[in-house]
Ligand binder design. Structure first.
Ligand code: NAD
Length: 257
């Protein structure tokens, strides 16, 4: 592998939702760039597959089954990461779930709590305990997965929007709080990315996929690897002067909104 692609040699990355989609692509990209990667997911078999793929490519990974809505599990996962790899340089807080399309008054209360728990409370918990470690180390970079739905309102997605606007604004507020301590925090706002989550909306039918693609001015869905590239960039020294930013990467989907 070329030296240029080993930008994260000797670094430690922590990726939640690493068992699928954007998280898996990002865990693989970090490993390919030389990082030791803690792959966090609630789905054990999925995270095992990501770890196996990283190891098969000659990378270093540690799989940790963890429900990111649970404080004790998040703390244990971070402790295990530091114990195993000796630090924490980059964190990608990305685990999330979708809201089935529906009007707010029809949303069951338990769905509200679930979406807010997985998409927003988890980011709070992850950042809270990652910051403790990064403050001790005197450096760090955090990227939180928001969404186009974290910068603009989408009909039928009120709960998901609430969770993702929360991620965007919490990332910005925290960025200001820790900018002086050499810790950068940015949010990433993907458009429609071709992952199992989108497959659940399209039922993987041609008609369903066409409906999604019609919302994308570039005429295609994004690829998880494209989002992974942006995450690595945001965690690299190339963006040392960037913090508190919400980077929209969405094929133009929200540009006219
Ligand atoms: P995905 O469903 O393919 O992957 C999500 C992963 O998160 C899964 O492996 C799942 O097991 C894990 N997860 C769910 N709940 C968890 C929990 N409580 N604890 C730990 N892990 C948990 O989805 P994806 O498309 O890769 O989405 C990743 C992130 O990107 C999500 O936050 C999502 O909201 C966001 N996003 C996705 C899109 C898109 O079009 N795919 C667009 C914008 C934002």
């Amino acid at each position: 592998m070329e030296a240029q692609s080993k930008k994260f040699s000797g670094k430690v990355a922590f990726v939640t939702g690493g068992g699928s989609g954007i998280g898996r692509a990002t865990a693989l990209a970090f490993a390919q760039a030389g990082a030791s990667v803690a792959v966090i997911d609630i789905a054990k078999s999925a995270l095992d597959e990501t770890v196996a793929a990283i190891e098969a490519a000659g990378g270093k990974a540690l799989g940790i089954k963890c429900d990111v809505t649970k404080s004790d599990e998040v703390q244990a996962a971070l402790n295990k990461t530091v114990e195993t790899f000796g630090g924490l340089d980059a964190a990608f807080n990305n685990a999330g779930i979708e809201q089935p399309v529906g009007l707010l008054a029809d949303v069951p209360e338990d769905l509200w709590h679930r979406v807010i728990g997985v998409n927003l409370t988890s980011v709070f918990l992850c950042m809270k305990y990652q910051l403790e470690i990064m403050l001790k180390n005197g450096k760090g970079a955090i990227v939180n997965t928001s969404s186009g739905a974290g910068v603009t309102a989408i009909q039928g997605q009120a709960v998901y929007c609430a969770s993702k606007f929360g991620v965007t604004s919490m990332s910005k507020a925290a960025a200001i709080e820790y900018a002086g301590q050499n810790i950068r925090i940015n949010a990433l706002c993907p458009g429609i990315i071709d992952t199992p989550m989108i497959g659940r909306f399209t039922h993987n039918t041609d008609e369903g996929r066409e409906r999604m693609i019609a919302q994308e001015p570039v005429g295609r869905m994004g690829r998880p690897e494209e989002i992974a590239g942006a995450v690595l960039w945001l965690c690299s020294d190339d963006t040392a002067f960037m913090t508190g930013h919400a980077l929209v990467m969405d094929g133009g989907q929200t540009a006219g909104m």
